[in-house]
Design a protein around this ligand. Structure first.
Ligand code: NAP
Length: 243
């Protein structure tokens, strides 16, 4: 049995490929989203209770290998897997999609974290499309002069910036849709994590087309685990680990 730590499109693709190949797979979701997109195959939901509990879970379920296909910014579960797998004697591979790269015409400002993004906002724009997700929005709460269109999957919890509108939505997003959103709300600045991937890339294309500045929050450091960037590579590795 292969464990896929999920919550991403790549994790769902991987689970589907393993299932199609007749390899037993169980996908794990954190349980943050009320109506998650479910992978095919077996699914479990909720935290494991930290690295030691995850190691126990791996042993108890006779897991042959773990694929950490969680989001590039899901730092704690990746660190947990990096500690638990060696402890349980289970091989671990990280599947992480490449980050986005700046293209001609882009006006990107890379920053280390959400606090640095917040510090930069007043000098770059007044009407902000904020797409960094529901967690960590308190970093922007003190920015009283800027207006925020906060787009996220689930209703965010306060504290939020004083002037805001919440848009509950989930990708994939199209270029036409992103351009229309930017124009309708007179957005002059986009703030994003460097999540990478095709599904949410259109905001960057739209920002380039409209000449807007973009603040890109860099990924946190990884857990030092062997890493591949494609579902195909992860599939080959998992298939070699057995049924
Ligand atoms: P996180 O900070 O790394 O994880 C916090 C805790 O949630 C972990 O310590 C773990 O609890 C539990 N957890 C996280 N992912 C899990 C999984 N796949 N299966 C079981 N437990 C999990 O993660 P996060 O940033 O809150 O992200 C949560 C989930 O949303 C992840 O699965 C990730 O792939 C997905 N996601 C995250 C982002 C993002 O921007 N962070 C964006 C899109 C999707 P225990 O310590 O109790 O095991």
């Amino acid at each position: 049995m292969i464990l896929v730590l999920g919550g991403t499109a790549e994790a769902r693709e991987l689970a589907a490929a393993l299932d199609r190949a007749g390899i037993r797979v169980i996908s794990s979701l954190a349980g943050r989203v009320a109506n998650p997109r479910l992978p095919v195959g077996e699914v479990r939901v909720g935290g494991f209770g930290g690295p030691a509990a995850l190691a126990d879970w791996l042993r108890a379920h006779k897991i042959a290998a773990v694929l950490d296909a969680t989001h590039p910014f899901a730092q704690r579960i990746s660190a947990s897997a990096a500690a638990a797998c060696p402890a349980a004697g289970v091989p671990l591979l990280r599947l992480e999609r490449p980050g986005w790269t700046e293209r001609p015409g882009d006006r990107w400002h890379r920053v280390a974290d959400l606090a640095a993004a917040a510090a930069l906002i007043p000098s770059l724009g007044r009407r902000v499309l904020l797409t960094t997700g529901r967690q960590g929005l308190d970093a922007f709460a003190a920015l009283a002069e800027s207006w925020f269109l906060i787009r996220c999957v689930e209703e965010p919890r306060p504290p939020l910036p004083l002037q805001n509108e919440v848009l509950l939505d989930r990708g994939p997003y199209s270029l036409a849709g992103e351009l229309a959103l930017i124009d309708r709300h007179r957005i002059d600045l986009v703030v994003t994590k460097d999540s990478g991937g095709r599904l949410t890339q259109a905001k960057l294309d739209a920002a380039r087309a409209r000449g807007l500045a973009v603040i890109v929050v860099d990924r946190p450091p990884g857990a030092g685990v062997p890493t591949v960037v494609s579902v195909a590579e992860a599939f080959s590795w998992a298939r070699a680990k057995g049924p």
